[in-house]
Design a protein around this ligand. Structure first.
Ligand code: DC
Length: 236
């Protein structure tokens, strides 16, 4: 039987990583994990517990003591065919995708003990391979030995437009300038934090998807997967 590999897809905010990761996982029969959803669920927990302070910072001491109470999991949604995110047994898939969560998630994701807990869980989920995981530090920190690593990016304006359209389609009332500022600020915090900052792994293949369609991107990734599998099976 063909060996099941680990696939890491990292990149900037709102550049379509999840779409391509989900599509690939479905096409090749692998498990898909959205690691950003785990940080978003932790952020929602902080909001529910009043741990986001008035100046936008996080009450890290209180969060650390409550950390054992955070249980994030994924369950397949039969209607969409995709995994939904659960926080302590409750489906929070829609709640974690709001602008409010987006605006608080980067400071939460920069906290070392939050990263340690999420990274350990991600490594357990991917221990047997056969996984496509997307995020910011999957190829650098979570699975540095992943057989296929992709780093995705696109221009700021194009990414903000995609995010803006997504929020509108969900019935939110986004302001374009705010969406653009939010993604730039998230990229800044994600790239400059001390622990596992967003950066391209040296052995990652770069994809700038500013000017390609979703179908072209899907095919590109599938080609990279088959290429990688064939080099692995050729090895003695
Ligand atoms: O992919 P996303 O936009 O849903 O991710 C939400 C936030 O979580 C993002 O701003 C940074 C953080 N994140 C992270 O620090 N490490 C990951 N592996 C995935 C996401």
């Amino acid at each position: 039987m063909e060996k099941k590999i680990t696939i890491a897809i990292d990149g900037h905010s709102s550049c379509g990583k999840s779409t391509m990761a989900k599509d690939l996982a479905r096409a090749i029969g692998y498990i898909y994990i959205d690691s950003g959803a785990m940080y978003r669920a932790c952020t929602l927990f902080c909001m529910q517990q009043g741990l986001i302070l008035a100046d936008g910072t996080v009450d890290a001491a209180a969060l650390e003591s409550l950390m054992p109470q955070i249980e994030v999991s994924f369950r397949l949604n039969a209607a969409t065919g995709r995994p939904d995110t659960y926080l302590n047994g409750k489906n929070v898939e829609a709640d974690i995708r709001t602008m409010e969560v987006s605006s608080h998630v980067s400071p939460v994701a920069a906290i070392p003990f939050v990263r340690a807990a999420m990274t350990a869980q991600q490594q357990r989920m991917g221990a047997d391979g056969g996984i496509v995981m997307d995020g910011r530090d999957i190829g650098t920190a979570v699975f540095p030995d992943a057989e296929l690593k992709v780093f995705v990016t696109a221009s700021d304006e194009i990414r903000a437009t995609r995010r803006f359209d997504e929020l509108k389609a969900k019935g939110e009332n986004p302001v374009f300038a705010e969406v653009l500022a939010n993604l730039r600020e998230r990229d800044r915090i994600d790239s400059t934090r001390a622990v596992a900052p967003l950066r391209r792994a040296d052995d990652a293949i770069v994809l700038d998807n500013s000017h390609i369609t979703i179908d072209e991107q899907k095919q590109w990734l599938l080609d990279r997967f088959h290429e990688r599998i064939s080099t692995l099976t050729e090895q003695p």
